[in-house]
Design a protein around this ligand. Structure first.
Ligand code: AGP
Length: 616
């Protein structure tokens, strides 16, 4: 989704802006642009549909120096991808330039008023309306210097409905960038002789580790040697400087051809990190004291509701099943976008867990706010402890997966599953789970990293299976119980990056309609753990084979019946039922990856997708 990087410096800024945009590419975008103010006072704007490289190629070869600029990657919402719809956008005077993440809901009304006042627009975007509105207040203002820009933003934004993170410059203010946010993230980077604004801290890494995560309604004015933060709201702004705890190579692929493959291979480490110092062997439980939720408050919970979108939702569905089966607590899941629209009742003792890798997904944030409004205790499961979600929830369980750049969620998903296993263990031990069962779960959790390694070692044979079925026009993914949500996740991974139509189902639903889809060109991926449901899963394979459907079976212990029936078998290590979802996820990720590779897809930047969906 859209990305912002802006900088005011004592040095040339164009290379820094282009490099920053490249760090934002993973978020998904369709066009890019920048506006710089040259040292001779000329406002230069360049915008290009397509990749950042197209923008770079479009820039003049020996341009005049520029020490101040704003830049943007756009993911189209209002208006198709095009040069003219790309950001930055100018105001009516052509002297003020603005980049924006988010959506302006009342842009149509605002545009009518501006058109009536004689404004002319060059794009179909809501952002250009915002630029004109800010410019209108700037022209009318009696203030001078930076105050004139902050005042005009304050006045303009008072009439704006929607979400924004934005950075604005004006030709008459050669050192100054003003940035502000409401509902979309914006981070201030404190560099040497320069200050930066970015929508994503990863883009600041090459320049500084000292950052300030701006709060909603903060408005900041930056120059190369100074910054100030005020509030657009009634309160005084409060902020603190954080140290970015990211490895310098966090945003690099290393020796892997794709971020997705790198992140799939980082999963043993991600799981180890998520378990480190959280396993309580003495009490056969999990240390969740860092949550800041007392055992008493957790004991009072009588219902758990888990909310998320996409993969995070499927992790939540698995988590609900883990919590119900381990802690005997009623737990269910809701799509975040539905939760916010449906006015769901919440009991007095509900725990609402919002799951989100980014912690910035618009629907998940809105759902969290709705749950808080209704008085529920809220817990965020996120990879970003400084995210809006983490800051607004009562408590946070950090995933510790490390930065995830690939658009397709992989290591964040298995880290969410392991976090849910820890939560189920802790909640279970607060209730009826016996000590020996708790210990058994701890030992099984500790084996996961090496078990995942052994599945990763099968990458070549999974690639061969993927190549065999890559020309399929559709694929089905079937699982039962704890593995039903994993079937949904397997299908999501497959369609996201291979563009093959894929659908996940509860295997028990096969006979109720899905079976009509079975034919020799539609492979079914059957999740068949060696558990109490094995004979039912073998029955499902029989039903598919009877209709000449190809079957890829994922199973643990050797089973002659599955071996003879299935067209391909992927064998994974045996584990406790509760942890089967984690191990079954790995071959599904590899299957999707190798299928997309065989089809020549752009794996890290799949079409139309954004890494984090920060707009409604
Ligand atoms: C997963 O591969 C997807 N990219 C997508 O479904 C994602 O999980 C979803 O948009 C939620 O994102 P979040 O975890 O950052 O909230």
């Amino acid at each position: 989704m859209c990305g912002i990087i802006a900088c005011t410096s004592t040095q040339e800024v164009r290379p820094l802006l282009l490099n920053g945009l490249r760090h934002l590419e993973y978020r998904g975008y369709d066009s890019a642009g920048l506006a710089v103010l040259t040292t001779s006072g000329h406002l230069e704007v360049h915008k290009k549909i397509g990749r950042v490289d197209s923008l770079a190629a479009h820039l003049p070869s020996s341009p005049p120096p520029a020490h101040l600029g704003i830049s943007h990657t756009r993911w189209a919402t209002h208006g198709e991808p095009s040069d003219s719809n790309a950001h930055p956008h100018l105001d009516q005077s052509g002297l003020l330039a603005l980049v924006h993440n988010g959506t302006i809901e009342n842009h149509a009304d605002l545009k009518s008023q501006l058109l009536a006042a004689g404004h002319h627009f060059l794009s179909e975007t809501d952002t250009e309306v915002l630029a004109h509105l800010v410019g209108q207040h700037y022209d009318a203002s009696s203030a001078s210097g930076p105050d004139r820009l902050t005042d005009s933003l304050r006045l303009a934004l008072a009439s704006v409905k929607g979400t924004f993170a934005l950075a604005v410059i004006h030709r008459d203010l050669p050192d100054i960038i003003v940035g502000t946010r409401r509902g979309s993230p914006l981070v201030l980077g404190l560099g040497r002789n320069q200050h930066l604004l970015a929508s994503d801290a990863a883009a600041l890494l090459p320049h500084t580790r000292k950052v300030i995560f701006l709060n909603d309604l903060d408005i900041t004015t930056i120059s190369p040697d100074n910054f100030s933060i005020a509030s657009l709201g009634p309160h005084t702004a409060s902020w603190h400087i954080s140290d970015l705890d990211l490895a310098p190579d966090a945003a690099s692929r290393g020796h892997f051809p794709h971020f997705m493959l790198k992140e799939i291979h980082e999963q043993p480490l991600a799981i180890s990190r998520s378990l480190h110092r959280r396993l309580d062997h003495d009490n056969a439980s999990a240390h969740l004291d860092q949550l800041g939720l007392s055992p008493a408050s957790l004991h009072h919970i009588d219902r758990v509701r888990i909310i998320g979108c996409g993969s995070a939702l499927y992790a939540g569905m698995t988590g609900a099943r883990m919590i119900e089966s381990t802690a005997f607590l009623p737990a269910d899941t809701e799509i975040a976008g539905e939760f916010r629209s449906l006015n769901r009742p919440l009991g007095n003792h509900s725990l609402v867990i919002t799951v989100s890798q980014s912690g910035e997904t618009a629907d998940s944030l809105a759902a969290l706010r709705e749950a808080r409004r209704k008085g529920a205790l809220t817990l965020a499961l996120t990879n970003h402890p400084s995210s809006s979600l983490a800051r607004e929830a009562d408590a946070t369980l950090e995933l510790l997966a490390g930065p995830e750049i690939g658009v397709a969620a992989t290591k964040s998903f298995v880290s969410q599953l392991s976090a849910f296993a820890l939560l189920a263990l802790a909640l279970g031990r607060l209730r009826h789970l016996p000590h020996h069962s708790g210990l058994e779960l701890i030992h099984a959790l500790e084996q996961l990293p090496s078990q995942i390694d052994s599945i990763l070692a099968q990458s070549h044979s999974i690639a061969a299976i993927a190549a065999r079925f890559a020309s399929s026009h559709g694929m089905l993914f079937l699982g039962r119980g704890l593995l039903f949500p994993i079937a949904l996740e397997g299908a999501l991974k497959m369609k996201e990056i291979s563009y093959i139509h894929a659908a996940g189902f509860a295997a028990s639903e096969l006979k109720h309609g899905v079976i009509a889809l079975i034919d020799p060109h539609t492979p079914s991926v059957c999740l068949c753990p060696d558990d109490s449901l094995l004979s039912k899963n073998i029955g499902t394979i029989h039903e598919i084979k009877a209709r000449r459907g190809p079957v890829i079976a994922i199973t643990s212990n050797p089973n002659p019946e599955i071996d003879s029936l299935a067209d391909a078998v992927i064998r994974i290590p045996a584990t406790l039922d509760l942890l089967q979802p984690i191990l079954h996820t790995i071959p599904l990720q590899l299957l999707a990856y190798h299928t997309a590779l065989a089809l020549g897809r752009d794996i890290d930047k799949p079409r139309n997708l954004a890494k984090s969906v920060t707009v409604d």
